[in-house]
Structures are given as structure tokens and as C-alpha cells.
Design a protein around this ligand. Structure first.
Ligand code: FES
Length: 231
């Protein structure tokens, strides 16, 4: 089946603003958008720039705007787009470095700001620090996050406020704040409840729709809001 693949191109070394380029590609319905992009790169235009690594929805490096929704190219089958036209753009609301590659520096800076690591001042046990299945259940859903950025770049607050921590960093904070083994919950809660944190979330639910791992991020942000009252 032939698909019309329209990609928003941008090359900082060329003196022209971004533009759409159409490619005609033969693809089977069960092929992924990532397969289509790699076919274009191999057979039609080797200058096409994109990020990908695992190819299986684990590394989070190939989030992009596909037919109007932030998705992982490696987890999106062309048949699921229900159209012979596939429009692909880089993630919105973030600086584009080249074609489908965006600058994630500010995303990672916010991630660092919430202390994305376990803090425990007790001497480490001989083996790992254990938690019960019930304790793990509380943080199980946030641990599925692969940090692809699809949620943060779908969020209207993040588009409007470059300082907003964004759903991905806030969800990571939740994962540690409610971890039974962690001892820095209050400090983290203080950070996510700051001027550019959870209270900037207006429950648009865009993050929930964009998440390729079906995490109810808004529910977790709401739980953090409740936990932060009385800080
Ligand atoms: Fe790793 Fe898609 S390439 S998540």
C-alpha cells in the first residue's frame, strides 16, 4: 500500500525556515511509523534526522507529533492511523534542532530538579532495600514512565510557561515521594509544589492522552496537590 508521508523539515545549516516535504512510501499496514521513516532515510533522503534507539517502546527517544498526536514512532502502526496520509512533525512547544530532533536540555534539567533518585540515609542492607508488593503497588504505574516527553510537550501549561516542571518530571517526583524506601519526600514535595510546579496544572488531561504507557498522570498530579496541602 502506498502512503503519502508529509514531514516537517528543518535544517539549521540551510538558510530557510521549516517546510513540509512529501514522500511516497510503500508500506504494509502492520509496519510502524518508525519503519516508514527509516525506509525514507535509507531509500529517499539520507539527510532526514530523527532519534531512535530500542525500537520497542522502551527508551523513549522517538516521540513525535504523528497525525496531530504525540506518539512513539516505534509503537504506532500505520494501519492504526486510519489514513493513507501521515503527517509527521517534531514534538511541539520545544526547540527543534533538526527535522524531528528536538532539544531536550530543559526537559532533563527539570527532571534533575526533582531529585530523580532514591534518598535513604540508613546503611545499605547486605542485599537490596526491599518493599512489599502493596508498597510497590502505590508507585507501580509511575515506574512505567519511559521519559519520552510526549506528555510534557502535549501540555498547554508547558507550552505557555517554559519554567513549568511539566508532567514527566512531576510524575517522576511522585514515584519517589511515595516510595516506601525513600526519605526525601518532603523536600521533593516542596520542589513540585513551588511556583512552577503542580499548582500550574489545570487538568487539561492532554498528558494522559499523549502517554504511550497509558499512565493517568493527571490523577497522580492531583494526589500530589492533596499531599502538599499543609506543607
Ligand atoms: Fe525506543 Fe521508540 S525507539 S521508544
Amino acid at each position: 500500500m502506498e502512503y503519502s508521508v508529509i514531514i516537517l523539515r528543518f535544517d539549521p545549516e540551510k538558510k530557510r525556515s521549516s517546510y513540509y516535504q512529501e514522500f511516497r512510501v510503500e508500506a504494509a499496514p502492520h509496519e510502524r511509523v518508525l519503519d516508514v521513516l527509516l525506509k525514507i532515510k535509507a531509500e529517499q533522503d539520507s539527510t532526514l534526522a530523527l532519534r531512535k534507539s530500542c525500537g520497542h517502546g522502551i527508551c523513549g527517544s522517538d516521540a513525535m507529533l504523528i497525525n496531530g498526536e504525540n506518539r512513539l514512532a516505534c509503537s504506532t502502526l500505520v494501519r492504526d492511523l486510519h489514513s493513507r496520509k501521515i503527517r509527521i512533525k517534531p514534538l511541539p512547544g520545544i526547540e527543534v534542532e533538526k527535522d524531528l530532533i528536538v532539544n531536550m536540555d530543559s526537559f532533563w534539567k527539570k527532571y534533575q530538579d526533582i531529585m530523580p533518585y532514591l534518598v535513604n540515609h540508613q546503611p545499605p542492607p547486605d542485599r537490596e532495600r526491599l518493599q512489599s508488593p502493596e508498597e510497590h503497588e502505590i508507585i507501580e504505574e509511575p515506574t512505567r514512565c519511559i521519559l519520552c516527553g510526549a506528555c510534557t510537550q502535549a501540555c498547554p501549561t508547558a507550552w505557555a510557561n517554559e519554567n513549568y516542571l511539566g508532567p514527566a518530571a512531576i510524575l517522576k517526583a511522585y514515584r519517589f515521594i511515595f516510595d516506601s524506601r525513600d526519605q526525601a519526600g518532603t523536600e521533593r514535595l516542596r520542589r513540585v509544589a513551588s511556583d512552577h510546579g503542580i499548582w500550574q496544572c489545570y487538568t487539561a488531561y492532554n498528558c494522559v492522552e499523549a502517554c504511550p504507557k497509558d499512565i493517568d498522570i493527571t490523577w497522580h498530579i492531583t494526589r500530589l496537590k492533596k499531599a502538599s496541602i499543609g506543607l
